[in-house]
Write a new protein. Structure first.
Length: 142
């Protein structure tokens, strides 16, 4: 199985009023820490998905103001086209995650597997993404 990672970068922090991706986490921007985590998982490709390019491999969200599913859908399709048959979707505002935290999720065999009680991180198999997915769907609907 070939893993790809889509990092959702959109949105301002409701607590800080700043771009979540640029918040400092131990001397690095949050987006850089999550990107490094994704690379440590031996992902074939890692893409940041959102409205803004942070100098890392970037895929613009085609529906940035509609909700997170547009970025997820774009990332899953792009990574599938790049040969990935599993896509891990991470949020940029979770830079404290470690590879060990993700191990149970990555071992899941079921498409759409997610942390119990949380919509992200999410593990998608591209064929399991509904063709009818709308950008404003809640992530849990995937």
């Amino acid at each position: 199985m070939t893993l790809g990672v889509a990092i959702l970068t959109g949105g301002a922090s409701s607590r800080m009023g700043e771009d979540k991706a640029t918040l400092d986490w131990q001397g690095k921007r949050a987006v850089e820490r999550v990107f490094a985590l994704a690379q440590s998982l031996d992902a074939r490709r890692v893409l940041t998905c959102g409205r803004r390019d942070y100098g890392l491999p970037f895929l613009p969200d085609p529906t940035p103001l509609a909700g997170p599913v547009g970025g997820i859908r774009a990332g899953v399709i792009a990574l599938s086209n790049l040969g990935c048959d599993r896509v891990l979707v991470l949020a940029v505002d979770a830079p404290t995650l470690r590879a060990a935290d993700l191990a149970p999720l990555l071992a899941a065999s079921e498409p759409g597997a997610a942390y119990v009680g949380f919509p992200l991180p999410l593990l998608m198999c591209p064929p399991s993404l509904p063709a009818t997915a709308e950008a404003n769907w809640p992530i849990r609907r995937l």
